[in-house]
Design a protein around this ligand. Sequence first.
Ligand SMILES: [Zn+2]
Ligand SMILES: [Zn+2]
Length: 94
Amino acid sequence: MGEYTTFECRACGYKAERVRWGVSVNDPRQRCMPAYCVECGTIREVDLTGADLMVDEFDCPDCGSQLFFLEKAASYTCPKCKAHDMRLIQGDYW
Ligand SMILES: [Zn+2]
Ligand SMILES: [Zn+2]
């Protein structure tokens, strides 16, 4: 099930924009995942709806560098300050 997810760094206060994570409740074809852009130092949403499963590389629309998907993990690395102290806030289903 997909949830609206927000990442917040306890160390530097960075707060990512709300991203969709998982598979849509309303339309199981819709899939989204959060990913890091190392260059921009941000977490952003990648829309995987209709994406070719053979393609697992996605580029940042702002700077064009490769995005790295976030896996579900015990701790997340802040893209700004690199602290392993990000809070994961999950909200409504989408
Ligand atoms: Zn931080
Ligand atoms: Zn970027």
